[in-house]
Design a protein around this ligand. Structure first.
Ligand code: ADP
Length: 641
């Protein structure tokens, strides 16, 4: 029989198709199922306009028939089928899409028949079919077109043209028979003959194709143990086969929000994203406008175990007409909300020819900025209406939001600042910046904070007293990144951030300033004495302007604070040995200071020990711990006796 030849360029194109367009071989099944589904949709569309079409929607089906003995996988449908001419045109010409043409004609049709909205044609590039040659060395297509009484068989080995001849086929529709390639060392093609693998692929790529995809699946059960079974009874097994529908068909996100129960969302989330816990929030949006798409987003209740590691990959599942295009599309989720899980489904996606990726990113940007908006609004709502849930969210993702605020020089601070929570001197609860500012009494000009390792340590910091006595609240920065957050934000609602330990935190009159200077001068000899006793351990010893009843505290000079030093050290960065410049502050009004002065005058040896002890005490209060514990105990003991 004479073979018809592919046109020369078609041959090369076909070779390209088979070898370089697709990254995943397994995608061939998605493509064949998409074609079958299109064929069914076309006939269903016909039925809407033509009373003579007797097929009912419920009778439509796609069948997968793996045959290990014959080494074939057959995909059948009872859709519209192809005539001889159509087989030739559609399968003999690469990049010719009968489906695209159908879609265009449908759109041009003067009036769309009722129900036609459900016709959602997938094909458009006219190449998907050839992906079959990635796994098959010969492909046979047997088809009978609707309204025709002859059937035709098309066959090709992919490289060397195709044959076309009449065949016997009773029912309308198409049968695609793939002669699966023999296994090689690198590739196990025979897996496409295994039912479990086919089930997996349908679930992964074609779960939401709205025609049932059916396959015979066998199940093995243990037989019931007979009542009279003796001790040496061995369990017996029996196998039975059953034709099962593999796909779930109606995607949750295509349904009307009001018709979906929360339990259904929860169930979907848990199954799809392998989480044991229900999501904290579900966002279901049907977007129209610049782009039409549906999206279902979830905010997990806890951070996945690898969330803060390099292994974590953010992204949403991308679907086009119910067919999976990408499992994790990172571009549609902003970095600072990388915890969001979910799906996006749109017919407006600029698909790449392989339908594995997208061509350009404008559409993705539109989706991304919408995801950002929706997630932020949902989180704010949670924060307001269900603080307990929000706290749970905060527990898992505080770090993410704080780093998100600091990253890229604060590019996203406007988006994130209202989502942040802090502990404060105000009580046991977390507070937002907004709530803090709302509570600010008249006369308070700044947002005060104190850095400490824990809330308990922060509460014990003697530096706080002066600010607290004024009736001002202090935010406790107990996370290393908090201070950077404040530095990045710079201000919130026009109020700047100030450390309560900063002598200039509270406004001072000129008179107060002169008084303080005079006092320092009067105490100069004692301060110099202590500085000398401590040597390089401190860069300065001062009279404190921040202490009220406490005797000592540790502060710093220069840009590097103690908390930052700790932070960098923890990150494994020793800053070239750079340390925060420690400053010991003494409270001239405390009884301890009087004792120190007395010792300086009468017993310099003892005074030196006092100086060291006060230094150690300041370290302990700052949460830094004593540097030389042996020396510390020795000091305490020697001063007691
Ligand atoms: P696409 O699906 O992107 O159009 P394909 O290369 O997969 O491209 O298919 C080419 C054309 O062949 C389709 O547009 C369709 O007209 C026709 N076709 C493929 N498979 C079938 C099928 N199972 N039933 C009817 N027509 C089909």
């Amino acid at each position: 029989m004479a073979k018809k030849q592919f046109k020369a360029e078609s041959k090369r194109l076909l070779d390209m198709m088979i070898n370089s367009i697709y990254t995943h071989r397994e995608i061939f099944l998605r493509e064949l199922i998409s074609n079958a589904s299109d064929a069914v949709d076309k006939l269903a569309y016909r039925a809407l306009t033509d009373d003579k079409v007797a097929v009912k929607r419920k009778d439509f089906q796609i069948n997968l028939i793996p045959d290990k003995a014959a080494g074939t996988l057959t995909v059948t449908d009872n859709g519209i089928g192809m005539t001889k001419e159509e087989l030739e045109k559609n399968l003999g010409t690469i990049a010719r899409s009968g489906s695209l043409q159908f879609k265009q004609e449908m759109e041009k049709a003067e009036k769309t028949p009722k129900g036609a909205k459900n016709v959602d044609i997938i094909g458009q590039f006219g190449v998907g079919f050839y992906s079959a040659f990635m796994v098959a060395d010969t492909v046979t297509v047997r088809s009978k077109a609707y309204g025709s009484d002859e059937a035709w068989e098309w066959q090709s080995d992919g490289a060397d043209g195709y044959t076309l001849e009449p065949c016997e086929k009773e029912s309308v529709g198409t049968e695609i028979i793939l002669h699966i390639k023999p296994d090689t060392e690198e590739e196990k093609y025979s897996e496409y003959l295994e039912t479990y693998r086919l089930q997996e692929l349908v679930k992964k790529y074609s779960d939401y194709v709205h025609t049932p995809i059916r396959m015979e699946v066998s199940h093995t059960h243990m037989k019931e143990r007979p009542a009279d079974a003796g001790e040496d009874y061995r369990p017996e097994y029996e196998t039975h086969t059953e034709v099962e529908t593999l796909n779930s068909m109606v995607p949750l996100w295509q349904r009307q929000k009001s018709r979906v129960k929360q339990e259904e969302y929860d169930q979907f989330y848990k199954e799809k994203f392998a989480d044991w816990e229900e999501p904290l929030a579900t966002i279901h949006v049907s977007a129209e406008g610049q782009m039409e798409y549906k999206t279902l987003l979830f905010i997990p209740a806890h951070a996945p175990f690898d969330y803060y590691s390099k292994d974590y990959e953010k992204g949403l599942q991308l679907y086009s007409s119910g067919v999976l295009i990408m499992d994790k599309c990172p571009e549609v989720v902003p970095d600072h909300f990388s915890f969001v899980k979910g799906v996006v489904d749109s017919q407006d996606l600029p698909l790449n020819i392989s339908r594995e990726t997208l061509q350009h990113t404008r559409a993705l940007h539109i989706i991304e900025s919408n995801v950002e908006k929706k997630v932020k609004a949902e989180l704010l709502k949670l924060q307001k209406e269900d603080r307990e849930k929000y706290l749970k969210f905060w527990k898992g993702f505080a770090r993410q939001l704080k780093y998100g605020t600091v990253n890229q020089y604060g590019a996203k601070k406007e988006v994130l600042q209202d989502l942040l929570l802090f502990r404060s001197s105000g009580g046991e609860e977390f507070t937002t910046l907004k709530e803090y500012v709302e509570r600010m009494p008249e006369g308070q000009e700044s947002i005060f904070y104190l850095c400490a390792e824990s809330v308990e340590l922060a509460r014990a910091l003697p530096q706080a007293e002066r600010v607290l006595d004024k009736g001002y609240e202090i935010l406790y920065f107990t996370d290393e990144v908090d201070e950077f957050v404040a530095q990045t934000l710079m201000q919130y609602e026009g109020k700047s951030f100030k450390s309560a330990a900063d002598p200039d935190a509270l406004p001072e009159t000129e008179e107060e300033k002169t008084q303080a200077e005079q006092k320092t001068e009067a105490n100069r000899p004692v301060l110099d004495f202590v500085k000398e006793a401590l040597g390089d351990r401190v860069s300065d010893v001062r009279l404190s302007r921040v202490l009220k009843s406490g005797a000592v505290c540790m502060t710093t000079d220069g840009p590097l604070s103690l908390e930052m030093e700790k932070y960098f050290r923890k990150m494994g960065d020793d800053m070239g040995g750079m340390k925060a410049q420690r400053v010991l502050e003494l409270n001239a009004d405390s009884p301890v200071y009087s004792a120190l002065c007395q010792a300086v005058a009468q017993d310099p040896e003892k005074a030196k020990k006092y100086a060291e002890l006060l230094y150690d005490q300041a370290l302990i209060i700052a949460g830094l711990g004593v540097e030389d514990t042996a020396r510390y105990t020795e000091l305490v003991c020697s001063l007691m006796v």
